[in-house]
Design a protein around this ligand. Sequence first.
Ligand SMILES: Cc1cc2nc3c(=O)[nH]c(=O)nc-3n(C[C@H](O)[C@H](O)[C@H](O)COP(=O)(O)OP(=O)(O)OC[C@H]3O[C@@H](n4cnc5c(N)ncnc54)[C@H](O)[C@@H]3O)c2cc1C
Ligand code: SF4
Length: 509
Amino acid sequence: MADGDLILVLGDQLSHSLPSLAAADSERDRVLMAEVRDEATYVRHHKKKLAFVFSAMRHFAAELRAAGWTVDYVPLDAADNSGSFTDEVARALERERPARIVVTEPGEWRVREAVESWSEAFGLPVEVLEDRRFICSRAAFEGWAEGRKQLRMEFFYREMRRETGLLMDGEEPEGGRWNFDAENRKPAGADLDMAGPARFEPDAVTREVLTLVAERFPDNFGDLEPFWFAVTAAQAEAALDHFIETALPTFGDYQDAMLRDERFLYHSILGLYINAGLLDPLAVCRRVETAYRAGRAPLNAAEGFIRQIIGWREYVRGIYWLKMPEYRERNFFAASGDLPGFYWTGETDMACLEAAITQTKEEAYAHHIQRLMVTGNFAMLAGVDPKQVHEWYLAVYADAYEWVELPNVLGMSQFADGGLLGSKPYAASGNYISKMSDYCGACRYDVKQKTGEKACPFNPLYWDFLVRNEDKLRGNPRLAQVYRTWDRMADEKKAAYRESAARVLESLS
Ligand SMILES: Cc1cc2nc3c(=O)[nH]c(=O)nc-3n(C[C@H](O)[C@H](O)[C@H](O)COP(=O)(O)OP(=O)(O)OC[C@H]3O[C@@H](n4cnc5c(N)ncnc54)[C@H](O)[C@@H]3O)c2cc1C
Ligand code: SF4
């Protein structure tokens, strides 16, 4: 293929509309896909996540072949698998002698750096195409961010609404408001009917992958089976249909709720498919808008859902590329504690953490509020090193890729970026969890007790966190009221909070 191109397709680029494929010629060019050890091991990914990515890659390669492409597919267990993208590309260049390497821009900094070194290393042109599966290009985000003191998601989101025309009524937002979040904070009762996500029986390809993962990654975190994720675009599309029909109408109302026996509530469980390329984010949003316009979902649900995708998802990606690589090193509170061991086992008396971590272990999934207000909140209050928190999140969720995980963890949940993403830390005492969930009823701790042996650990940790970081937070106008409350507290009570917090922190080490 001396005059053809080598098209490298990465594991999160499983879209037939991928720019590098759209620009290629299936008769002349060759596709390279590789399951490489470096990517599988740079953090100890959840077993289900590994199985999902490898199975979806294998199915995608088969679909490409059926569509007439020549695909060089290097499975993880191939005897000659070199273990890295760079070495696999080197081997393919030896074999195929292509004229150029073509790749759609990688989602992660680490991989992009490798790709950028290839032209010099291999002495041939490397074309990196913009990933048009995102609505806002990196350059457009930079343009939006330039000169702004604060990069607030809400303003970015409005631009995306205007640009896509989603939920617009001429120049105005549908329903007269941009954001219906105020209606989306209802706690859920166990009497609600929740269908849960669409589940798919593993086929022969997936079963082979399950065996591979079980053999090669026996000590990684998480349960491999039962495995029920979609692994093809057609299945992911069926999962989208199922979500729109069964959960979208109530998605908004209970978006922040948590229930012990309902792990998925009305969430879509589509993030892993969108991030891997099996679903196109804009097409998903258009389907949701259509359901709203047909009267099959209320505006607060459709708006809430669309905001997560064209707002938050695009925004965190913009932040990632704007601020990397220094972003990864941020540690605003200089937190240095170790991640408690129970994050890897779920074995803790704190019922909320036990529930969120156990479900993470079993499903490679927890929804946004569990990630933010339970595991994230606790790690921040306890002063855990944000890098360790980041590595945990990157490993344990099936939808975790650094470009989306890092700003959510470092920025949104740990405030380690000092307020680039949020105007104040998402710090909360047990009261928030009690209000939004049914966890506290089954807990050994008492959420109403503020200090002492039986007190919910979130309560003293909350105040201790604010006092420990007073020099960094007292000037924040959104925390002025909270610090006034602390100032008015009797010295005895203050001391009791700090003693209780010290006991909790000691028990973690
Ligand atoms: C600490 C923390 C870590 C997170 N790590 C990840 C991660 O590794 N990968 C990831 O995709 N999301 C991450 N999120 C965002 C969000 O929690 C997940 O996207 C969501 O829980 C996925 O489940 P779902 O598909 O059921 O989402 P739903 O609740 O149904 O939301 C619909 C879709 O909106 C998008 N979305 C929602 N919130 C966000 C957000 N904050 N940032 C980006 N996209 C969003 C996702 O594509 C999601 O599928 C994280 C959030 C927090 C607070
Ligand atoms: S009492 Fe505290 S630790 Fe227990 S479930 Fe409630 S918030 Fe979590």
